[in-house]
Ligand binder design. Structure first.
Ligand code: HEC
Length: 310
């Protein structure tokens, strides 16, 4: 994940930071309020899957580490960060945070102690998630087994967090406006799932030299995506994008990883489809078609991305 400094890493980071120490120091009380219903927890699990299973927070390998327990390493031009433990462990995870504090970390990139998360965690797009979805997501995250696993400190260039990051965020961070309610159907639903929850652009949109996503080329592919992986153009351009795929083919791919040419999704796309405790594959057919329909409406952009797939 070279160029994608923030994005890819972002996922990991955001909560990465979370684990660090602040948590404890503050000793905040766990969330109070009403106990979530099983329906709300199920809805939260669905949202968790629609993000790709928050996979950045689970360390791959054999065997994989427990879900959400952090430790996955992300290297970028500005240093190295490790995804944080986002299990409900009160000491090393986020179990002592209130719902509001967890939601602020997810969508604003702020830890309870005021510290800023490195935007490897995609808060600049999770910012566009509806409050009801975030609330359900947190209810589900609290049901995942707690794991005592201390976070590893990030190693960033000097002045990165104090000077560069605030300036970068002020200048470049896209600010999505959360809808009052999550759109429930049609192209609006697809747009919401792509832009906010599924954060497809964090991998599929090329980046400028400052590592901000170049939204004038939304989803046009990133030759140097997260973890150095080339990420294809998924705009409706017929030659260099997926303009020749039918809606059904796109919707099937999100469930199975099977491409129309018989190839199978690999790398990071394979990971977000499969997910951890849930992934894109668990999206309903209606939601997968909503995504496919929305992808047909965005501007086609000619941009060839060479696949480095082995
Ligand atoms: C973590 C990074 C990441 C995220 C997030 C992500 N993708 Fe992908 N995507 C990839 C990579 C890498 C590939 C190439 C996979 C391969 O080579 O098998 C890919 C491939 C695809 C393809 C196949 C394109 C082709 O030409 O083969 C489609 C369609 C696609 N993604 C759609 C989406 C949608 C829709 C979302 C959001 C709901 C999304 N992706 C989110 C990394 C990502």
């Amino acid at each position: 994940m070279t160029a994608r400094l923030f994005a890819s890493v972002g996922g990991a980071l955001s909560l990465i930071a979370a684990g660090l120490g602040a948590v404890l120091a503050l000793g905040t009380a766990p969330a109070g309020g009403a106990t979530p219903t099983p329906a709300e927890i199920a809805r939260g699990k669905y949202i968790f899957g629609a993000t790709g299973g928050c996979g950045c927070h689970t360390e791959p390998g054999k065997p994989v580490k427990p879900p959400n327990s952090g430790g996955r390493k992300y290297e970028g031009p500005f240093g190295t960060v490790y995804a944080t433990n986002i299990t409900p462990d009160p000491k090393t995870g986020i179990g002592s945070w209130t719902d509001e504090q967890i939601i602020a970390a997810i969508r604003l990139g702020r830890r309870p102690n005021g510290e800023r998360l490195v935007p490897v965690h995609p808060y600049t797009v999770f910012n566009g998630m509806a409050a009801e979805d975030l609330q359900a997501l947190v209810a589900f995250m609290r049901t995942v087994p707690a794991v005592n696993r201390p976070n590893q400190p990030k190693k960033l260039l000097p002045l990165f967090e104090s000077v560069f990051l605030p300036a970068w965020l002020a200048a470049f961070a896209p600010r999505e406006t959360p809808p009052a309610k999550a759109p429930s159907e049609g192209v609006a639903r697809g747009e919401y799932l792509v832009r906010a929850v599924g954060h497809c652009g964090e991998c599929h949109t090329p980046r400028t030299r400052t590592q901000a996503t170049d939204n004038s080329r939304f989803l046009a592919g990133n030759p140097t995506g997260p973890e150095g992986e080339a990420v294809p153009n998924i705009t409706p351009d017929r030659e260099t994008g997926i303009g020749k795929w039918t809606e059904e083919e796109i919707a099937d791919y999100l469930a199975s990883g099977n491409r129309p040419d018989g190839d199978v999704a690999g790398g990071l796309m394979g990971e977000v489809i499969e997910g951890t405790l849930a992934g894109y594959k668990d999206l309903t057919k209606a939601d997968r078609f909503a995504i496919a329909r929305y992808l047909k409406t965005i501007p086609p952009i000619k941009h060839t991305v060479e696949s480095k797939k082995k």
